[in-house]
Design a protein around this ligand. Structure first.
Ligand code: PLP
Length: 381
């Protein structure tokens, strides 16, 4: 395969070499079952404890608030279905947002078939919800508010502090999807009133197949989650199944590195993204989709008169995206951009470029030249 330029890091990320070297011994050297009582199992158990501490530390949470899962999708299913199952409110009501990831939207659609009423909040043209709409949607029957911190397509960051204050004041359980935000921006769960939060390893340079659900220990007064997976009592009886030891160790290491290097990486990647965006905006007919308060690694741009599929083919070995990876096989316009008021044509002319710490200025220069060339030739057709 030709050397690729990977600019699709909101879809998944390269595993950090340091993460690989820390996790490997847990496949063929220290491979005991963390649930075994013998000393070999306890070595594994200790590694799980360290990983849990590192994940908790990234979120400013406590170790006993972290439950390991297989993915953010599982964490989201666990949170939403768990709250639904244990709530004894009649006529249950959930509030979410039209621009959520499909993992949340499709669980909500499933819960609708069980009779749950779902309010899908709209967003403005910058991708932000209106806090008044949230306040006005809350009612006595509201069992949950489910909102993402940062959007996977645009990187737009919601007003987390205000959302959490509103939910806390109204005594409504708040779940936040931090899949794109975790490891990139500071998340301070000791000081923010969030009940549940999901994250995923493969978005932060750990392998695919590992995620976590944070459950605020104070929230157990409000609800008691029903496990999604019943089994051998792992994760305090909340998520059965032998722990995925090497993946957990990897997530812990990735969380530790993300915390230690957050400022430096933000600085480096933001510089590259801003350079890319500034140069792109010099082309004719290009507009950035989403508010200025965005993750530092993402640019979602609308390129007038260009079909995003044709652009992606023209870019050859440069990997970008035109819609979230999970939906890229569908030919529907992006539900995120549609909710922000873009026409179908503008949605199909939009692409997402998402950077990571591994990108270089040479790659961005090369990408800008190739974009210029491809856009020029596509517009001439
Ligand atoms: N939530 C958001 C915001 C995402 O971007 C993704 C993945 O793209 C998910 C949830 C699902 O994550 P996972 O692949 O770990 O199931």
């Amino acid at each position: 395969m030709h050397q690729i330029i990977y600019l699709d890091n909101n879809s998944t990320t390269r595993v950090d070499d340091r993460v690989i070297s820390v996790m490997l011994p847990y496949l063929n050297e220290i491979y005991g079952n963390p649930s075994s009582n013998h000393s070999f199992g306890q070595l594994s158990n200790n590694a799980v404890k360290i990983a849990r501490k590192n994940v908790a530390s990234l979120l400013n949470a406590d170790e006993n608030e972290i439950i390991f899962t297989s993915s953010a999708t599982e964490s989201i299913n666990f949170a939403l279905k768990g709250i639904y199952e244990t709530s004894n409110v009649a006529n249950k009501h959930i509030i979410t947002v039209k621009t959520e990831h499909k993992a949340t939207l499709e669980v909500c659609q499933f819960l609708e078939t069980k009779g749950v009423e779902i309010t899908y909040l709209g967003v403005d043209s910058s991708g932000l919800i209106n806090l008044e709409d949230l306040i006005n949607s809350i009612k006595n029957e509201t069992i949950l508010v489910a909102i993402m911190i940062a959007n996977n397509e645009t990187g737009v960051i919601q007003n987390v502090r205000e959302i959490s204050k509103i939910c806390f004041k109204n005594n409504v359980t708040l779940f936040m999807d931090a899949t794109q935000a975790a490891g990139k921006i500071v998340i301070d769960l000791k000081n923010w009133q969030i009940d549940l939060l999901a994250l995923s390893g493969h978005k932060m340079h750990a392998p695919k197949g590992i995620g976590a659900l944070y459950v605020n220990k104070k929230s157990w007064r409000k609800f008691k989650l029903t496990p999604l997976i019943h089994g051998g009592g792992q994760e305090r009886n909340l998520r059965g199944g032998t722990l995925s030891l090497a993946n957990i160790v990897a997530l812990g290491e990735a969380a530790k590195i993300a915390k230690e290097e957050m400022n430096d990486i933000r600085h480096k990647v933001a510089q590259l993204r801003d350079y890319l965006e500034t140069e792109l905006l010099k082309f004719n007919g290009i507009k950035v989709n989403g508010s200025m308060n965005r993750l530092f690694n993402v640019s979602n741009v609308m390129i007038d008169g260009i079909d995003s599929d044709a652009l992606m083919i023209g870019l050859e070995n440069i990997m970008i995206s035109n819609g979230s990876a999970c939906t890229s096989k569908e030919v529907l316009p992006s539900h995120v951009l549609t909710a922000m008021g873009l026409s179908e044509e503008k949605c199909f002319s939009s692409v997402r470029i998402s950077l990571s710490k591994y990108n270089t200025v040479n790659e961005i220069e090369f990408t800008l030249n190739k974009l210029r060339e491809t856009i020029y030739s596509l517009r001439r057709i």
